[in-house]
Design a protein around this ligand. Structure first.
Ligand code: NAG
Ligand code: NAG
Ligand code: NAG
Length: 408
């Protein structure tokens, strides 16, 4: 009975958990955040990432660090600012949504909070896709049928963070010089790739196979005509650019959600090379890339798959999932967190020490389980994306507990 209860509660606990992400820095070090095993820096070795035992070069980043986002949302984005050595995380904490950036300094290994205001409106977080422009440090996003950006390349950008700990930035939505060349109202599954400082939009209205709409970042200019990159279906998916030394990357991977193939779009010659996919893709997965490889992170299992860009081979890395579940361990202790009702205030201000009441009983039960709580992952992973999923699940669990009690 107790075991059943423990299992059910740990299932609820798991469902309350959101999506994590993965990102690389300019030295090809791979980072993973919000995994079942917490946050980890895996170093630059592809063979380490695909090891079947715990990767040798890993170092776990404490999840207790101040200003760390909770990774409790269904749609976070992690980006890297190559000239600032900052990992920039958007929409990874429910209590902030799109009203803050969480910025991880890869040298100092600290998190900073950059509050965001909006002129005149915030984007929605659910369907949001975003990228950090390689050269300008400006974040571009698409949501609610239109393009948004954070700050600008001249003055208000993340490069100020090192000098100004109280930096705050703003969302801008009315800045394009030319109008969007398509009706964005039905564009609910946007996907765009960054190549040569242009943003290439797929799966959008008015596109034939292999075509993209182009937004030219430096001129805030929508190209009025489509550009062809080859012949492939328009599908919802994700994208990540392939780093290219210190230059603006010309290539990006477009990874349709059906998992069948990975499209390597080269915007310097306007062609696409299709390679075999990861088999599975979609909302549970996040991507990072180095110049040599494309990395797929499963937020459910914490495992990695690595596509070698030279050979097209996909290797699986299950070793990383053997790392101890430090998230569960840390949540077992009362954790100091920002109260969910408070709006982001000043950057770097210490969060008010309120303990999320709901977490303690669940966490205490979780901590009585063996460290390997893989049983949790047997339940359908597709459902844990919906924030609302927790409520019906909780109800189902309580019902089950009730029937179990009747049986005893
Ligand atoms: C960002 O802001 C700083 C300070 O205002 C400015 O010097 C710099 O040119 C801006 N652009 C980039 C790409 O960092
Ligand atoms: C590639 O597409 C861009 C955008 O339409 C265009 O400006 C450029 O001339 C094309 N380059 C080649 C090599 O076709
Ligand atoms: C956790 O469980 C999985 C599946 O049963 C098993 O493959 C793995 O070796 C276990 N890991 C540890 C650390 O016990």
């Amino acid at each position: 009975m107790l075991l059943l209860l423990a299992l059910l509660l740990s299932v609820v606990h798991h469902y309350a958990h959101g999506i994590g992400c993965t990102v690389t820095d300019s030295d090809s070090n791979l980072y993973i955040f919000g995994a079942p095993y917490g946050d980890v820096s895996l170093g630059p070795s592809q063979s380490d990432w695909t090891s079947s035992s715990t990767p040798a070069g890993q170092s776990q980043i404490p999840v207790s660090l101040a200003n760390r986002p909770s990774f409790d949302t269904s749609n976070p984005t992690c980006m890297f600012a190559p000239f600032l050595n900052l990992i920039v995380v958007l929409n990874a904490d429910k209590s902030f949504g799109v009203k803050a950036l969480h910025v991880f300094d890869t040298n100092a290994r600290v998190w900073n909070l950059v509050p965001l205001t909006a002129e005149p409106e915030f984007p929605g977080g659910e369907g949001l896709v975003a990228t950090l422009d390689h050269d300008t440090n400006v974040i571009y996003a698409y949501s609610n049928g239109k393009i948004f950006r954070i700050g600008d390349a001249d003055k208000d950008n993340l490069s100020q963070l090192s000098a100004n700990g109280k930096l705050s930035l703003y969302w801008l939505s009315q800045f394009t010089v030319t109008p969007q060349p398509f009706d964005g109202s039905g564009y609910n599954k946007p996907v765009f790739g960054q190549g040569t400082n242009h943003l290439h939009f797929f799966n959008a209205p008015g596109l034939k196979e292999g075509e993209a709409w182009i937004f030219v970042v430096h001129y805030a200019w929508w190209q009025p005509t489509q550009q062809s990159y080859g012949s492939f279906p328009q599908l919802p998916g994700q994208s990540v650019y392939i780093p290219f030394g210190t230059k603006a990357p010309p290539r990006f991977a477009y990874i349709p959600d059906d998992g069948h193939q990975v499209l390597l779009v080269d915007t310097s010659v306007n062609t696409t090379n299709a390679v075999s996919g990861f088999g599975e893709s979609g909302a549970n997965f996040r991507y990072a890339a180095t110049s040599q490889s494309l990395i797929q992170f499963s937020s459910v299992s914490g495992k990695l798959k690595v596509l070698d860009l030279n050979t097209g081979n996909v290797l699986e890395g299950s070793g990383v999932a053997l790392l101890p579940n430090i998230v569960a361990a840390s949540e077992a202790k009362p954790k100091v967190e920002e109260s969910s009702s408070s709006e982001p205030t000043g950057a770097f201000s210490q969060p008010s020490p309120t303990v999320k009441a709901a977490q303690s009983p669940i966490a205490i039960v979780t901590s009585t389980l063996p460290p390997n709580v893989s049983a949790v992952q047997v339940v359908s992973p597709a459902k844990n994306m919906k924030d609302s999923g927790g409520v019906p699940l909780l109800a189902t669990s309580l019902l089950l507990v009730f029937f179990a009690m009747l049986l005893l």
